[in-house]
Design a protein around this ligand. Structure first.
Ligand SMILES: *Cc1c(COP(=O)(O)O)cnc(C)c1O
Length: 428
């Protein structure tokens, strides 16, 4: 139980971090936004795809730029009044190219999915064969899953991971590529905790006459800081989100070799999008600048250290980790030996103020709504200044919650331990 003074202290901490919404007339939505800010501040996200972006990025995102139409590209717009936004987009493009070492960059994709579809639009015709990683192995819906347009517009062949090692089996991928002759091979994942060998993927694409797209949505922050091998200059196209490890605004981007530049740009507009989101593009420019600063590399290194520390601690506590560990910001716990599903685990952790995403494990026999695992990621907690000591402490709290998932009073007591930690680690 908490003392009166502790509760007052918690309330004070919370109030200091909440932006007053007093000037917003629509109190229904303003109050809900404030409620979400409270929720984020007094809980913790271990969702591998989430992060907390900087104050300056949030301010730029909420700017007058949202009012401007600018179909086209800098210097070639369909609308008048684009002189200023031309400069903004040009800066974003230049910074993106510099940060990643790209020959060409398109910063207009509204999100990661749109980035991927623009590449498909650029190089494929409906019915062409694509090859991507299956969802349960850790791939993304847009890599050819049956319920996604990528799986119905194109003939999708899916590769998985090795059943025993749970690692990408490049020889098996190469055999599959020889057999199906895809026009495009997609390398990249939403839930794969090991280094991806883009060079090897490029060799497979070369040997089988395919183009290669690398989707670095999750690992862009590491690629930008040299902590994961870069697919730039290796893959024909590189797509990404800007809001995961890269810690920018919600959005997407595409980079490619100069020879595909015109084709790619036309695949965004007029191919798949209309007016670009200039408020997001300006915020992406700020994010690229932030990512070039030395402290961003320090942050990315801490994300890696925290993930490794948590995975090691879970292993000591007797948990099975998919592929045995992690080289990046995330890992997936295989909960089968703990007799708990991903869904129940996610709900127990939500009850103590810790958000994770339930996740399929390779060759999962549970339905995608239930799953046998949870995916745990460290980008957001690291942004809030948590280091290895806290990573160990929180791992023990998560373990306790998973061992008492059906004991509501016990979970309530754990929640009382999580909340003060969350409150003292401020949102940016
Ligand atoms: C998150 C993700 C995407 C999609 O990004 P959205 O911004 O949600 O559209 C695409 N590919 C991979 C590998 C991802 O993890």
């Amino acid at each position: 139980m908490h003392s009166q003074s502790e509760n007052t202290h918690n309330k004070q901490l919370l109030q200091e971090t909440i932006t007053p919404a007093a000037s917003i007339a629509d109190t229904l939505i303003a109050d809900l936004v404030a409620a979400e800010q409270v929720r984020q501040q007094q809980s913790m996200s271990f969702i591998a795809s989430e992060n907390h972006t900087s104050q300056q990025i949030m301010r730029i995102t909420g700017s007058v730029l949202t009012n401007k139409y600018a179909e086209g590209y800098p210097g070639k717009r369909y609308y008048a009044g684009c002189a200023v936004v031309d400069e903004i987009e040009a800066v974003a493009i230049e910074r993106c190219k510099k940060l990643f070492g790209a020959e060409h960059a398109n910063v207009q994709p509204h999100a990661g999915c749109q980035a991927n579809f623009a590449v498909y639009q650029a190089v494929l015709k409906p019915g062409d064969t694509i090859m991507g990683m299956s969802l349960d192995a850790g791939g993304h819906l847009t890599h050819g899953h049956g319920v996604n347009a990528s799986g119905s517009l194109y003939k999708a062949v899916q590769y998985a991971v090795d059943r025993d090692t749970q690692l990408l089996d490049y020889d098996a991928i190469e055999r599959l590529a020889h057999e199906h002759k895809p026009k495009l091979i997609i390398a990249g994942a939403s839930s794969y905790s090991r280094i991806i060998d883009f060079e090897r993927f490029a060799a497979i694409a070369r040997n089988t006459g395919a183009l290669l797209m690398a989707d670095i949505a999750h690992i862009a922050g590491f690629v930008a800081t040299g902590l994961h091998p870069s697919p730039l200059g290796v893959a024909d196209f590189v797509t990404s989100t800007t809001h995961k490890t890269l810690r920018g605004p919600r959005g997407g981007l595409i980079m490619c070799k100069a020879e595909y530049a015109q084709h790619l740009d036309r695949a965004i507009i007029p191919g798949t999008q209309g007016g670009p989101l200039l408020h997001a593009i300006a915020a992406k420019a700020v994010a690229f600048h932030e990512a070039m600063q030395p402290d961003f590399t320090v942050y990315q290194q801490q994300v890696l250290t925290n993930a490794r520390t948590m995975a090691d601690t879970f292993a000591v506590l007797g948990y099975a980790i998919v592929s045995g560990g992690t080289d990046n910001h995330m890992f997936t716990l295989d909960l089968r030996s703990k007799n708990i599903t991903g869904l129940v685990a996610q709900q127990a952790l939500e009850a103590i103020g810790i958000a994770v995403s339930r996740s399929c494990i390779p060759f999962d026999t549970q339905k995608p709504w239930i799953t046998s695992g949870i995916r745990i990621g460290t980008p957001a907690m690291t942004t809030r200044g948590m280091t290895t000591t806290m990573a160990v402490e929180l791992t023990h709290l998560i373990d306790e919650a998973l061992r008492h998932a059906d004991d509501a009073p016990f979970l309530k007591r754990l929640a009382d331990q999580v909340k003060p930690v969350a409150l003292t680690h401020r949102l940016p």
